[in-house]
Design a protein around this ligand. Structure first.
Ligand code: NAG
Ligand code: NAG
Ligand code: NAG
Ligand code: NAG
Length: 527
């Protein structure tokens, strides 16, 4: 009933109000995975009929024909530098994200300058200098570059931040989301079901929170500098700290109900986890549909990404994989670039250069997804409830694969040391033991059960902010409170003073009474 009501509300909201608005997306992050999520949100708004203009530094992998894209590309030298940085980031594989971030601070300074350069580009400046441009909403992609929200100030438009992680101390300050370290574990930590946080977890959560505060302060210094650099020529611009109190909402790429952590959130937290995945799959190309649809024993999708294929897949490994796969009774769709030189012919294998991976994973006949543990592929398989055999090679792949195995969604083996027997046994284990598919399909059901899909949430809440010219009415008072007030330190201090005064008074009174009592009998003795 509630669901139907919410859907009705959503339908009405989708029909009325905020149509054809001018929306500006500032997606200047130098991380391709950030850009995928941010562009997916922009795409949802463009498909809805809004006039979306997007500023990026990288070439986006996802876009829409109606999006006006302003790309301010990096120089070749800088691109090389960044790919080295990301490679290093992947390799370090830090147990603690906070340590990783502190280590990355030097690189962050580099990114800061590159983003500032992009914002100073004449085509980008023209967005606010040219008075003919009117924007109803600014979406600011989070990359520790808060100062770019000065654009919203210039354009007198409300701003929504698009973050690419769950709510955490890294973002809470944007909208006054509470920290609650006693019941919210630190970012890279999880709590066992039906248990509270142990002393160690609370301590780690508390200290991590402080670590993030220090990190944020360091970031703020950089941000203030960049804010002056980009907007300093305008005396009408508010102080940086004032400007920062003006975020309407934050879109988070998470879904706490299924993924955790369970934590209190202010209403400005809007979760759009899975935005990069289509709500309803597009019909498959006829040859793939027929191949998968006819598979009486189910089908397997094998895709190792294009990076792996070229440089890391030895002919020997390919032969071993083919030997195993060609003997299965399941059908196999194998993503393979060079169709003139396939690993071998077999009736149960279909090679294809290009695959609509998301749509294939949605097919009910797909029983297993063999992948290279890229984040995108794992997310899609989790969304569609398909168990996985991950064959990671480098970068963040081994960590992604380990996290997937820990959740019980499948198994992992190294591609570089792949042997026929363990490969076959791994496949057979996942296909015959139902625990993997059960675990991932339970997750998938929870993940997809929402009053509004990720796409609908982006549209609804963007139009909400446009309709009401911001969302000051749902701002947390925490945004206007000092550290002392936010943590009730003054209240504790007052209570402590009262307690001390009370104790001192009690002590004095008791002393007085004792003196009275003990002095009386003395007098009696003397008499
Ligand atoms: C869309 O936005 C761009 C950028 O502000 C603007 O130049 C263009 O005129 C807008 N198009 C429409 C149809 O409003
Ligand atoms: C906050 O944003 C609104 C538009 O939503 C704008 O009118 C106002 O000047 C901004 N205030 C500050 C302090 O940035
Ligand atoms: C933290 O993250 C790393 C890699 O992402 C992972 O291996 C590790 O298990 C995580 N730690 C906890 C406590 O979850
Ligand atoms: C699928 O089945 C149909 C008939 O049910 C048959 O005509 C077609 O050849 C089959 N396709 C494949 C790829 O086996």
């Amino acid at each position: 009933m509630v669901r139907i009501l919410l859907l009705a509300v959503a339908a009405v909201a989708l029909i009325g109000g905020g149509q054809g608005a001018n929306i500006l997306g500032l997606f200047t992050s130098l991380s391709p995975s950030h850009l995928i999520i941010q562009m997916s949100a922009a795409k949802a708004l463009a498909e809805r009929g809004h006039n979306v203009t997007v500023v990026t530094v990288l070439e986006p992998a996802i876009t829409h024909k109606d999006i006006n894209l302003i790309q301010v590309p990096l120089s070749e030298e800088d691109t090389e530098h960044m790919s080295r940085v990301f490679e290093k980031m992947g390799k370090n594989n830090d147990k603690n994200m906070l340590f990783a971030m502190f280590r990355m601070f030097g690189h962050m300074r580099f990114m800061f300058h590159k983003i500032a350069d992009a914002l100073k580009d004449t085509r980008v400046r023209d967005l606010y200098v040219n008075k003919d441009n009117r924007f109803d909403l600014v979406l600011s992609g989070f990359a520790l570059n808060d100062y770019q929200m000065g654009f919203a100030q210039k354009l007198k438009a409300p701003v929504i931040v698009v973050a690419t992680l769950p709510p955490s101390p890294l973002f809470n300050y944007l909208i006054g989301n509470p920290e609650e370290p006693s019941c919210v574990p630190s970012i890279n930590d999880s709590v066992e079901k039906g248990k509270g946080l142990s002393f160690g977890q609370r301590l780690s959560s508390y200290l991590t929170g402080i670590g993030y505060k220090v990190f944020s302060k360091m970031g703020e210094i950089q941000n203030k500098k960049a804010y002056k650099e980009v907007f300093g020529d305008d005396p009408h611009m508010p102080e940086y700290s004032e400007m920062m109190k003006n975020v309407s909402l934050v879109f988070f790429a998470s879904h706490a109900i299924s993924e955790g952590p369970i934590r209190p959130n202010v209403p400005g937290v809007i979760e759009i986890g899975g935005i990069q995945i289509k709500d309803t799959p597009t019909p498959l190309p006829p040859n793939i549909e027929e191949f998968v649809g006819n598979a009486t024993d189910g089908a397997i999708l094998l895709s190792l990404g294009s990076n792996v294929q070229g440089s890391h897949l030895s002919p020997d490994t390919v032969q071993k994989m083919f030997n195993v796969l060609s003997k299965l009774k399941q059908r196999v769709i194998w993503k393979w670039e060079d169709l003139d030189k396939t690993p071998g012919k077999s009736d149960n294998i279909l090679y294809s250069k290009w695959l609509p991976q998301d749509d294939i994973l949605a097919h009910p006949k797909i029983k297993l997804f063999i992948n290279h543990a890229g984040k995108g592929g794992i997310t899609e398989a989790q969304y569609h409830g398909k168990p996985m055999l991950s064959l990671p090679v480098f970068g963040d792949q081994p960590a992604n694969a380990d996290a997937m195995v820990k959740k019980g969604f499948g198994l992992t083996q190294s591609l570089l040391t792949l042997e026929e027997q363990p490969f076959r046994e791994g496949i057979e284990e996942i296909l015959s033991n139902p625990t993997y598919s059960q675990a991932v399909s339970t997750f998938s059901k929870l993940y997809r059960d929402r009053p509004l899909t990720a796409r609908e949430s982006v549209i609804y809440w963007s139009e909400y902010v446009i309709r009401h010219h911001g969302a000051a009415h749902l701002q947390s008072p925490l945004m206007h409170m000092s550290f002392v007030a936010a943590n009730n330190l003054d209240v504790f201090a007052l209570l402590a003073i009262i307690l001390v005064v009370f104790l001192l008074l009690t002590k004095a009174v008791i002393k007085f009474i004792i003196r009275k009592l003990s002095s009386k009998p003395k007098k009696v003795k003397k008499q």
